[in-house]
Design a protein around this ligand. Structure first.
Ligand code: DUC
Ligand code: ZN
Ligand code: ZN
Length: 486
């Protein structure tokens, strides 16, 4: 059998197994997994390296205009390059609808940007902020049919939030058409109420962002979103979970057998509210929602990663420059509620989790693969094409040097945001070669792929995103009544 490329002598790791063998790649697919494969025109020596499935960055904001009209600093070129250097072979950012927009127009516009620039494969989630009759009845079904099988709804942000009624509408379309709903869960009125009182008392500094977005509010909205999903028997992924309150709600729902999934992010493992209190306005660099919490919350998040409450660790890369074009658009001393929300981290998501999770023994390498690649593929309908190393799958590989030591410095990264929240952190382990559909995208610190060489990947119905389909009326006749009338 002839191959285009052989990755030789590495340790192949999937979510469930590891084995020492070669990977033979032909026409962008994995064609053989075996020791001693014949020579190919291109060979990569992976002796002493780990060969993992390419990361799937399932939550990032790229070339996206915020509801206040602020553009992220990364477009599909810099965003996908930065993702690739961090070991990813697929990115899944958001095509965001703003009020009054047609989702079809939003997606067409987004597609054109991605197709011309991305160096790795991509799909996107939809953000539904205007759940009109047309969106619900026509646009969402059409987009799901095209393979865009996930949408995010918000319980907060003035210009994005849906009310419970609208969320039920969106969930019921997702249920019928076979899509996954993702929720940003924070109690909007608690945030508003706290924000007004903080500002009235003259508390404007970035650290008050952390106080205005309470853990109690995150827990409440998470519980509520889960209840809405339970009512209509629709799977739900709670994204960017930051605290014990929300983690407990998700775990409780999972223990009842509900298809409730959880995602967390490095900012909730490695940053705290103290970072929001850095000198001057520097805390603005750490303003994201939900905000970084404290050591107790960090521990709860680690526990959720270890015990399986969370299925996915994503970056929620939302790059806004620390200047008047973005973070400080409302002025050099902008009050906390006018600072663009978001933290960069697409390139460091996996290295941070590898170094601080795998190397410290908190999680094993298989769980790492699950959290950073396989589970996202399963949840979002990319599996088994992506998210694993198997004959017939796309040849999406990240070859890691598990012993490479370095100190984070933004100038070594490839995003366009101008700072890293993790600067100065010492890490061990880095993906030195990244291969997407058999194309070497990154090798030895060099970019080897052209903008536009990534491909849109339509997604299938995912088993995990299907309703349970069974009512539990024997247990409680009032439960799941909603599912009967969908
Ligand atoms: N919060 C979001 O909901 N999205 C982008 C970034 C952020 O902080
Ligand atoms: Zn969000
Ligand atoms: Zn986000």
């Amino acid at each position: 059998m002839e191959f285009d490329l052989v990755v030789r002598n590495g340790t192949i790791v999937t979510a469930s197994e590891h084995t020492d063998c070669d990977v033979g790649i032909r026409d962008g697919k994995i064609a053989a997994l075996m020791k001693g494969l014949p020579e190919a025109p291109r060979e990569i020596d992976a002796t002493g390296r780990l060969v993992l499935p390419g990361g799937i960055e399932a939550h990032c904001h790229i070339e996206q205009s915020s509801s206040l009209g602020i553009m992220t600093s990364d477009d599909f070129e810099s965003g996908s390059i930065s993702a690739a250097f961090g070991g990813n072979t697929t990115i899944m950012p958001f095509a965001a609808q703003h009020k009054g927009q047609s989702l079809l127009d939003v997606v067409a516009d987004y597609e054109a940007r991605a197709a011309a620039k991305s160096v790795i494969d991509y799909s996107y989630h939809l953000i539904v902020s205007d759940a009109t009759e047309r969106v619900l009845a026509t646009e969402l079904p059409q987009l799901i049919e095209k393979g865009l099988r996930s949408f995010k709804v918000y319980t907060t942000y003035d210009l994005l939030k849906l009310d419970d009624y609208q969320i039920l509408d969106v969930m019921s379309v997702a249920r019928r058409e076979g899509a996954l709903v993702m929720v940003h869960a924070e109690n909007h009125d608690m945030i508003r109420w706290l924000t007004k009182r903080l500002l009235d008392a003259g508390n404007k500094a970035p650290k008050y962002h952390g106080i205005s977005h309470s853990r109690i509010g995150e827990g409440e909205a998470t519980n509520r979103a889960i209840s809405l999903a339970e009512l209509v028997d629709q799977p739900l992924l709670v994204v960017h979970v930051s605290c014990q309150h929300a983690t407990a709600a998700i775990r409780d729902a999972q223990s009842k057998g509900l298809k409730i999934y959880g995602e967390t992010c490095p900012q909730y493992l490695f940053l705290t509210v103290e970072d929001l209190d850095r000198q001057g306005m520097e805390g603005a660099m750490f303003c994201c929602s939900p905000p970084p919490r404290d050591a107790v919350s960090q521990e709860a998040i680690w526990t959720g990663i270890e015990n399986g409450t969370f299925q996915v660790v994503s970056s929620d890369h939302a790059p806004y420059r620390f200047d008047e074009t973005a973070k400080l658009q409302a002025g050099p001393e902008a009050p906390f509620n006018k600072i663009a929300n978001g933290i960069p981290g697409i390139e460091l998501r996996m290295p941070l989790l590898f170094s601080e999770g795998v190397r410290t023994g908190r999680i094993d390498i298989h769980r790492f693969v699950e959290l950073t690649s396989t589970n996202a593929a399963r949840l979002y309908g990319l599996f088994p094409r992506k998210g694993t190393i198997a004959v017939g799958a796309d040849a999406d590989l990240a070859i890691w040097d598990p012993d490479l030591e370095y100190v984070v410095d933004w100038s070594d990264l490839h995003d366009n945001v101008g700072y890293s929240p993790y600067a100065g952190k010492s890490l061990t382990g880095w993906p030195t070669t990244v291969i997407n559909r058999g194309r070497v995208v990154v090798d030895g610190g060099k970019l080897c792929a052209e903008p536009g060489s990534g491909t849109f990947i339509p997604r299938e119905r995912s088993e995990l995103a299907q309703p349970r389909g069974k009512l539990v009326r024997e247990v409680d006749p009032a439960r799941n009544f909603g599912a009967e009338i969908l």
